[in-house]
Design a protein around this ligand. Structure first.
Ligand code: NAP
Length: 241
C-alpha cells in the first residue's frame, strides 16, 4: 500500500476552539511545525489575540482566525470551504470546541442538553461531514477528535457531557469503518484527556495537582500526526497520575 504523505509544513489545519486552552496549544504546536492553521470559534477577539501571540512566537503569519458557531450546520460548511478556498486544502481537522453544562440527571434541561450535544457532538459531525469528502478526493487527511475521560467513564455531575463525549467516540468508529471500506487515506484519532490545566499554561508553570500540563496535549497531537500512514492508532487516554 502506497499512501500519500505530506510534511506538516505543507499542511493546512483547522482547530475549532483554537483560541483558548487545549486548542490554542494545538494551534501553537502546528504553527511551530510550519503548518498553516485556522483557529475558529465564536469569539473573534479571543481568536485574534491568540493568533497574534502564536504568530509572534512562530515568527511568521501562520495562524488565521475565523468566527463561527459549531452548532450551525451552514457555518461549519462555510468554514471548511473557507479553508480550502483560502489555503488550498484541509489536511487536519481538529474537533476541539466543547463545553459542559453541569446538570445531574435529575436536573437536566432541554437547553442544557441541547447546548452540550450540539456543541460537542453534532457540530463535530457537520465538520467531518463537510471535510471528509474533500480529504478523500485530495487523497490525504487526518481527523482528531477531542473526547475526554468522560467519554469512557460516567460522572454524575455532567451526564450530558459524558453522553456527548461517548457519542463522539461512537461517531469516530463509524467514520473509521467508512474510511476502511472506501480506502480513503484518512486517519481518525480520538484524544481522551482527564483534567488538563488550561489556566497555568506557561511552559514552566506547574499544573494543579491532578491536572496535566496543557503542553502534553500538544506533544500528543504531534506524536499521533507523526505516525506512518499505515499505522492505526485509535484512542489515547491521557491523565495525571
Ligand atoms: N480542560 C480539560 O480538563 C479537558 C478535559 C477533557 C476534555 N476537554 C475537552 O477539550 C476541549 C477544549 O477544552 P478546554 O479545556 O481547552 O476549554 P476552553 O478553553 O473553554 O475551550 C473550549 C473552546 O470551545 C469553543 N466553543 C465553545 N462553544 C462553541 C461554539 N458554539 N462554536 C464554536 N466554538 C465553541 C470556545 O470558543 P468560543 O467561546 O470563542 O466559541 C473555546 O475556545 C473541549 O472539547 C473539552 O471538552 C477538556
Amino acid at each position: 500500500m502506497d499512501l500519500k504523505t505530506k510534511p506538516l509544513d505543507e499542511q493546512v489545519a483547522l482547530v475549532t476552539g483554537g483560541g483558548t486552552g487545549i486548542g490554542r496549544a494545538f494551534a501553537g504546536a502546528l504553527a511551530d511545525a510550519g503548518a498553516r492553521v485556522v483557529i475558529a470559534s465564536r469569539d473573534e477577539s479571543k481568536l485574534r489575540s491568540a493568533a497574534d501571540e502564536l504568530n509572534a512566537a512562530a515568527g511568521a503569519e501562520r495562524v488565521h482566525t475565523y468566527a463561527f458557531d459549531v452548532r450551525v450546520r451552514e457555518q461549519c460548511e462555510a468554514l471548511v470551504r473557507h479553508c480550502v478556498e483560502q489555503f488550498g486544502s484541509l489536511d487536519v481537522l481538529i474537533n476541539n470546541s466543547g463545553l459542559a453544562v453541569p446538570e445531574t440527571v435529575e436536573e437536566i434541561t432541554e437547553e442544557g442538553w441541547e447546548t452540550v450535544l450540539q456543541t460537542n457532538l453534532k457540530g463535530a459531525m457537520w465538520l467531518v461531514r463537510a471535510a471528509l469528502p474533500l480529504m478523500a478526493a485530495h487523497g490525504f487527511g487526518d481527523i482528531v477528535n477531542v473526547s475526554s475521560q468522560a467519554g469512557k467513564h460516567g460522572y454524575a455531575d455532567v451526564p450530558s457531557y459524558c453522553a456527548s463525549k461517548w457519542g463522539l467516540l461512537g461517531f469516530a468508529e463509524a467514520v473509521r469503518d467508512h474510511v476502511r471500506k472506501t480506502g480513503a487515506n484518512v486517519r481518525v484519532f480520538n484524544l481522551c484527556p482527564g483534567l488538563v490545566d488550561v489556566e497555568h499554561t506557561a511552559p514552566d508553570a506547574p499544573p494543579r495537582p491532578g491536572f496535566v500540563h496543557v503542553s502534553n496535549m500538544a506533544k500528543t497531537l504531534r506524536y499521533v500526526l507523526s505516525l506512518d500512514r499505515e499505522v492505526v492508532l485509535e484512542d489515547i487516554n491521557i491523565y495525571a497520575r
